[in-house]
Design a protein around this ligand. Structure first.
Ligand code: PEP
Ligand code: MG
Length: 326
């Protein structure tokens, strides 16, 4: 199989019926970088910048942040890289930072963009490091755990201010700057058009989104596997996101663990995603699935079921049978 995946690596990422799909990888540390070439990923769909903070004994200095971001962009050699601003708090604790914050529900607590907007020095330092590291290139930044549009506006004001500051001191700025948000908090689903009109791209964080939609702790061993994201309700929700993306012209991708399992990846393509981001080791198996996939046919079958027009209501059974047949 490894042999087969290696052979597939340099082949175009296209379904059997000719639809191109971007297979991106998730990363977060310098050691992940060689995987970009090894896996044949089209780029880094999610760079988890908090990992550098989590492996450190104290806040990484601005220079260290800038160096990491520059190394990543250099290794990517022009492939797109989406840097997510630090997503700390919740299950990602920094022992050296406000460890006396006690919350009953850390997943619903002071984390990610909520925390960095309250500690703008953190965000400012990171944004400046990113802007400097991406001089002359495209910079893609993504905000985690956004709940309301006002948070995007506040973050953008911080970014704009840093851009002006660096421009004043004649720094080499990125040639393009794209700002995106993670769709992880369900409140965004009822303001999707406005969100998409406010940003350059969105990426579904299906791990957190599924946790919040189903009120199921993603780390609970008792509940692991009880509810399946490959279900009519969650897939309808995801289809609503890709449809709104088409309507607004704002690209949507998905970067949770779902993207890395061939059967779930198949479902994601069936509800309209044309770009997904996963662990590098998953790219081979997902690509093997997709090159054999008659996507238009799958989309038809899935829509029938999701619209309640099919006798088959068990989506996993439907996908398994479709995969076996094709
Ligand atoms: C997610 O929530 O799906 C996601 C990609 O982010 P993380 O797993 O880092 O929370
Ligand atoms: Mg998340």
């Amino acid at each position: 199989k490894q042999e087969m995946y290696r052979e597939l690596r340099d082949k175009p990422s296209v379904t059997k019926d000719g639809v191109s799909v971007d297979l991106m990888m998730n990363a977060g540390l310098v050691v992940d970088i060689p995987q970009l070439a090894d896996s044949g990923a089209a780029g880094i769909g999610l760079f988890r910048t908090e990992l550098q903070f989590m492996v450190a004994a104290t806040f990484p200095r601005a220079e260290a942040q800038q160096k990491l971001y520059r190394d990543v962009l250099e290794a990517a050699g022009g492939k797109p890289v989406t840097f997510r601003t630090i997503d700390i708090g919740g299950d990602k604790v920094l022992p050296y930072f406000d460890s006396n914050v006690q919350e009953e529900n850390p997943a619903l607590g002071w984390r990610a963009i909520r925390l960095t907007l309250d500690r703008p020095g953190l965000l400012r330092t990171q944004v400046r490091a990113l802007l400097k590291a991406a001089g002359g290139r495209e910079l893609r930044m993504m905000l985690p755990m956004v709940t309301e549009i006002s948070e995007i506006r506040q973050a953008r004001a911080i970014i704009d201010k840093e851009v002006r500051h660096l421009a004043r001191f004649a720094h080499h700025l990125p040639n393009t700057l794209k700002l995106g948000v993670m769709i992880e908090v369900p409140s965004l689903l009822w303001q999707l058009e406005e969100v998409m009109d406010t940003v350059d791209f969105v990426s579904v964080g299906s791990n957190d989104l599924f946790q919040f939609v189903t009120a199921t702790d993603r780390g609970s061993t008792q509940l692991a596997g009880r509810f399946n994201p490959i279900s009519a309700h969650f897939l309808r929700l995801l289809r609503h996101i890709t449809r709104t993306s088409e309507q607004t012209g704002t690209p949507a991708t998905l970067c949770g663990e779902l993207a890395g399992r061939p059967l779930s990846a198949m479902a994601l393509l069936g509800v309209g995603f044309r770009s997904i981001s996963m662990a590098p080791a998953a790219i081979g198996p997902v690509k093997a699935m997709l090159t054999e996939l008659p996507l238009e046919k799958l989309t038809g079958v899935m829509n029938e079921t999701l619209d309640g027009k099919s006798a088959e209501t068990d989506i996993v059974a439907l996908l398994t049978a479709f995969a076996a047949e094709h």
